[in-house]
Design a protein around this ligand. Structure first.
Ligand code: GLU
Length: 316
């Protein structure tokens, strides 16, 4: 018998959730519930400068309003599910990697990293050329007197292949397509890649459903799962919901936040019906509850291409 499914909501509270986030969360919830599974809520507020507890609260309120409930975690879970309260755990995970001789300090400045000649990975980050990898302990100690280093993971010649539950086989050669990546920033903040892989592993998440903008991160996370001794979850990426003109929605598009839509008089059922129609689950955008969608859900019905918001939708 296969393990019970555990999905997760992992909002970064850097602004109000927008319709694109809600589209992914709906698919995440339906994927888990259609398999009789559960969902946990993890607040991804690692970066104190970019996140706010009030947005975490608002994300919880928004998801509850839509009936996308979670079975554990959230703000109420404290250190079990709020990343800003979990740095001790990330420190332990970092120590595991360090014990394997896989971590080194990097003193490069942002300007050096973004030097025009640096090739970029598919997620836009420069591919690190590994120049600090060869520093001796004495050189690193000397440099540490002037600058606090970031910590990087050696990727060696790792090639990762996995089957995305929606997009199929993905292969990434970490050394040429991503490079040694950051585990902890020079200001001491743990990197998303480390925190998310360690948390998904330790929390027993079995499926990760999220927007396909994060697909290029999955190989790094699978690599970390293996190094940390976890079984990687299944990754299922979703198409993105884009603005009518093809623009990516951002948390700054306040008019497409749920509170904005509620203020305009949209009910949870109206919003869910439209999102479900765009996800290929309904023939018409008619009001529906999240529960009613469970039996209609199948990944086969969900498009692979990104989805544009039809003109005039959600405007008034
Ligand atoms: N916290 C991330 C975000 O809101 C999502 C991370 C993930 O799903 O792996 O963009």
């Amino acid at each position: 018998m296969s393990a019970p499914v555990l999905g997760r909501f992992a909002p970064s509270p850097s602004g109000a959730l927008h319709l694109g986030n809600l589209f992914c969360f709906l698919l995440c919830w339906l994927s888990a519930k259609s398999k009789g599974g559960q969902v946990l809520m993890r607040i991804e507020d690692l970066d104190p400068a970019r996140t706010d507890r009030a947005y975490a609260q608002q994300a919880e309120d928004d998801l509850r309003f839509l009936g996308l409930t979670w079975d554990r975690g959230g703000l109420a879970g404290g250190p079990a599910s709020v990343q800003s309260l979990r740095s001790g755990f990330y420190g332990e995970m970092l120590a595991r990697l360090t014990a394997h001789g896989l971590v080194y300090p990097c003193f490069c400045s942002r300007a050096q990293l973004h030097a025009a000649s640096a090739p970029h990975a598919s997620d836009g980050e420069p591919i690190y050329d590994g120049r600090c990898r060869a520093l001796t302990a004495a050189q690193a100690a000397e440099l540490s007197k002037k600058r606090k280093p970031a910590l990087r993971l050696k990727v060696g010649d790792a090639k990762i292949t996995f089957t995305d539950g929606h997009y199929g086989t993905v292969t990434q050669d970490l050394s040429t397509q991503c490079g040694d990546f950051i585990l902890r920033r020079s200001d001491g903040v743990y990197a998303y890649q480390l925190a998310v892989a360690a948390d998904d592993g330790a929390m027993g998440v079995t499926e990760v459903v999220r927007g396909r903008d994060l697909l290029p991160s999955a190989p790094r996370q699978i690599y970390l799962h293996r190094l940390l001794g976890f079984t990687p979850p299944e990754f299922i990426h979703t198409p993105l919901l884009l603005a009518t003109d093809g623009r990516r929605l951002s948390k700054r598009d306040g008019d497409l936040s749920l509170s904005g839509l509620r203020a305009k008089g949209f009910s949870a059922e109206d919003i869910l019906g439209r999102l479900a129609f765009l996800a290929g689950l309904l023939e018409r955008p008619e009001p529906v509850t999240a529960r009613e969608l469970v039996s209609l859900f199948s990944w086969e019905r969900v498009p692979k291409e990104d989805v544009l918001l039809p003109p005039g939708w959600f405007v008034s």
